[in-house]
Structure formats: structure tokens, C-alpha cells
Design a protein around this ligand. Structure first.
Ligand SMILES: Cc1cc2nc3c(=O)[nH]c(=O)nc-3n(C[C@H](O)[C@H](O)[C@H](O)COP(=O)(O)O)c2cc1C
Length: 416
């Protein structure tokens, strides 16, 4: 019987254990989590989502406080379009986060950064260029392009000295998105080094419309495999979304994928950035507690626990401090929804916004509990303690369970 350890992912000259821990912003896939994956010979992701905020919490910088102070007079203004990111400071925050992570890296694996295009930051091209270039400057092993079609992202870094030697990959949820990406980038003569195919059971934003439930990962992968074969392209495919056991992972490795990207199992790892009480919410969840909704201002459906405090919250838009989802015109769907409700509550009190959420503020405070579909199975991966809580697991335990388990088994931890 095969286990994941019988396979290896070949990326250029590098060979790694074919387990990738997916990027989970904002600082849910911490440096500590990504570094464990690398130490164990696989691939870990940090995320650069809201990196100045992450830097403040990790390195005692004051990026958010300083930005809030700078834009303070705009707080009562319903129009947030004047808010901009200082590109020098954005580079500094990225260098701190990525640099410290790469300095701490041990082992044979790799650490990549997840870059979401939807973090448009009121200057989509300029800010994305700084985020990616600074990550490359700071020695990141690779960049995974996510949450968007990324038609111009490669071009933004084509003059970077590491453009051809760092690993660059993209997350797609359809063969069509891949075709468009490859066509748009053909003139750069630089193919992605890997393609993550993410199906509808994943956590975070979904690359599907409201018909997400009609799609399935195995079918999309088969289409991508067929397309790459037809085009004579030899690019490793990494399967993602709903791969819960080592056996699930093997089944994708046997049918055209070269690795598996997983995340949900690691949300209850000690090294995961979610606060302890939130990890318990993930453990306790049952299937009916999980939904895919449209409250993210990005326009993508997002899966989360129905009990997320972010749902229905009517807090004032936090753009003076954050503003990561301001589009190229300085607007955000949450601001529009909030301003609509403000008309009925001019004092700003008791506002509830049901159709959108202030994702920046709620992700920063771990109040938007985004999760994969199989979160309800997490309780079967650990032991219940006398006080009724579940024991969190080491990332090493989960990683090795994926690597060595067979027969749909999940290894339980020994009591801490
Ligand atoms: C809590 C959580 C947060 C996530 N955040 C992001 C993110 O910021 N960017 C991204 O590209 N994918 C994100 N994802 C998706 C994962 O990286 C991964 O591809 C997917 O969840 C794998 O499926 P699984 O969770 O069923 O293992 C997130 C997933 C989870 C569970």
C-alpha cells in the first residue's frame, strides 16, 4: 500500500516531500508553521496579507499606528479613496517578515509566500510589485500567486534578478483560468514552476462562483493534466482542497498530481496563528456549522464558521489603519454596504451589516473564522481532554501523519 513518502515532488533540481502547507492569511500560516514544513522536507507558506500589521505584532514596529495617525482626520469621512500605502514602508514590512522567516529556515524543504492579487491596496500594480520584489529581495524560495487571475503579475517582476531562479507558481480553480494566465504571460518566456489546482472544498476564498458545489477537484485536475499534455508542457500540478488523510493525498499523487497542498488539518496545530479559543471552535464545529457565503468584499465566495463574529458585524470601516481591500478607485464593497446602513443609524451605533464584512479588521483580530469544508472532521484527529477541550497538535505530528499514514487512518497524538 502506497503512502505519500513513496513520492517526491521535483521542482527544478530540488526534490522535496510532496506535502505543501497552504498559505493562510492573516498570519494563520505563521512563519513557525511554514518553517516546520521546510524542516520536515516539504514546503510551507507564509502569507504577505496585511504584512505591516503582521510585522507590528511580531517585531514591535508601528506601521499600523503610524498610518492611522497619518489618516486620522479621514476617519469620519465615508470616502476612503485618499488612503494610500507608502511603498517604502510596505517593502520594509515585507523584508522584516520574509527576511526573519528565511533566516530561521532549517532543513531541506522550502518556504514560499502566498500573494493574493485581491489585496489591491488602492494601487493594485504598484503594491503587488513591491510585495513580490521585496519577498524576492529577502530570499524567499518561491511565490505562490493566489486570489486573482494574475494576468500581469509575472511582468511586474520580470526585471528582478531572481525572476528566473525563484520558484513561481499560481493557484487556479479551472483549466480556463490556467489557459488565460499562460496565454497572457507567453511573451515573457517564463512558465510557472508549479500549478496549484484548488477545488471547492478549500478554506479561504474560493475561485468559483455561486455554483462552487457543482465542481470537484479530481475532474478539474484531469482537465488540467489533459491540457498540459496537449500543449506539451511539463509543469508539476499540486492538488488542493479537501485532502484530509494521507490516503486522500496518495490518490491525487496517483492520478496526475505531483504534490498535495493542505491547510485545514494545520489550523489546530500549535504553530498555527489562530488564538487557542478559536482553535477550539474549529475542533468543535459540526458540518452544519460551516457555510460558504458572499460577505467577503473581494467578490469571491468564502467558507467560514457560521459563528464567526465577523458575520453581521457593523463596525466602522478600518481603512485608515488597514485599507488592503480598497480597489484601484479607492472603494470597497464593505464601505458601500456600511454607508448604506449609516443612513438609517446616523449616530453610527447599533449598525449591523449582513451582506458584507470588514475583512481587514476582522482578519487582523481573528474574528473571521475561515475554514475548509472538512473542519468538522478535526475532532477525529485529536483527543478530548478532561476539561472538554481538544488537545492541539504539533505541526510535525500532522505533517508525518500525511506523509506515512495508509488506509484512511489518522494518527491520534499521545496525551501531552
Ligand atoms: C484558515 C484558512 C485560511 C486560508 N487562507 C488562504 C489565503 O490567505 N490565501 C490562499 O491562497 N489560500 C488560503 N487558504 C486555502 C489554503 O491555502 C489551501 O489551499 C486549502 O485550504 C487546502 O484545502 P484544505 O484546507 O481542505 O486542506 C486558506 C485555508 C484555510 C483553512
Amino acid at each position: 500500500m502506497q503512502c505519500v513518502d513513496n513520492f517526491r515532488l521535483q521542482l527544478g533540481k530540488k526534490e522535496v516531500v510532496p506535502i505543501v502547507i497552504g498559505g493562510m492569511g492573516v498570519d494563520i500560516s505563521t512563519a513557525e508553521l511554514a518553517l516546520e514544513a521546510a524542516r520536515l522536507g516539504g514546503i510551507g507558506h507564509i502569507s504577505d496579507a496585511m504584512v505591516p500589521d503582521v510585522s507590528d505584532k511580531r517585531f514591535n514596529t508601528t506601521f499600523v499606528k503610524d498610518k492611522t495617525k497619518f489618516y486620522k482626520v479621514n476617519i469620519p469621512n465615508p470616502d476612503k479613496s485618499i488612503i494610500q500605502f507608502d511603498l517604502g514602508l510596505l517593502a520594509e514590512a515585507t523584508n522584516l517578515h520574509v527576511g526573519a522567516t528565511m533566516e530561521a529556515k532549517r532543513g531541506d524543504g522550502l518556504v514560499f509566500v502566498n500573494c493574493m492579487e485581491k489585496l489591491t491596496m488602492n494601487a493594485p500594480r504598484e503594491t503587488l510589485q513591491v510585495r513580490m520584489s521585496s519577498a524576492l529581495d529577502s530570499g524567499i524560495d518561491g511565490i505562490t500567486l493566489s486570489a486573482g487571475l494574475h494576468l500581469g503579475s509575472f511582468a511586474l517582476i520580470e526585471n528582478h534578478p531572481r525572476f528566473r531562479d525563484a520558484f513561481l507558481g499560481i493557484i487556479v480553480s479551472s483549466v480556463r483560468a490556467l489557459q488565460i494566465f499562460l496565454r497572457k504571460n507567453a511573451k515573457l518566456n517564463r512558465l510557472p514552476d508549479y500549478i496549484i489546482v484548488e477545488g471547492p472544498l478549500a478554506g479561504g476564498h474560493l475561485g468559483f462562483g455561486s455554483d462552487w458545489a457543482e465542481h470537484d477537484l479530481a475532474t478539474i485536475i484531469a482537465e488540467v493534466v489533459q491540457y498540459l499534455k496537449k500543449e506539451n508542457l511539463n509543469i508539476p500540478i499540486i492538488a488542493a482542497g479537501g485532502i484530509f488523510t494521507g490516503t486522500d493525498a496518495v490518490s491525487f499523487l496517483e492520478s496526475g498530481s505531483s504534490a498535495d497542498q493542505v491547510a485545514t488539518r494545520f489550523t489546530v496545530a500549535n504553530e498555527c496563528g489562530l488564538p487557542s479559543d478559536v482553535k477550539q471552535e474549529y475542533f468543535k464545529a459540526s458540518e452544519k456549522d460551516i457555510e460558504v457565503n458572499t460577505i467577503s468584499p473581494t467578490g469571491y465566495p468564502m467558507r467560514m464558521l457560521k459563528s464567526s463574529p465577523a458575520i453581521g458585524s457593523g463596525i466602522r470601516p478600518g481603512c485608515e489603519s488597514y485599507g488592503y481591500l480598497l480597489d484601484g478607485n479607492g472603494s470597497c464593497a464593505y464601505i458601500t454596504a456600511y454607508n448604506r446602513e449609516l443612513v438609517f443609524h446616523p449616530d453610527g451605533k447599533n449598525i449591523s451589516v449582513l451582506d458584507k464584512t470588514c475583512l481587514c479588521t476582522h482578519m487582523s483580530n481573528f474574528k473571521c473564522w475561515t475554514c475548509g469544508q472538512y473542519t468538522y472532521r478535526l475532532k477525529d484527529t485529536s483527543i478530548k481532554l478532561e476539561d472538554g477541550t481538544y488537545q492541539t497538535l504539533s505541526a510535525e505530528h500532522i505533517f508525518k501523519d500525511y506523509q506515512y499514514s495508509v488506509d484512511q487512518k489518522v494518527a491520534l497524538p499521545s496525551k501531552a
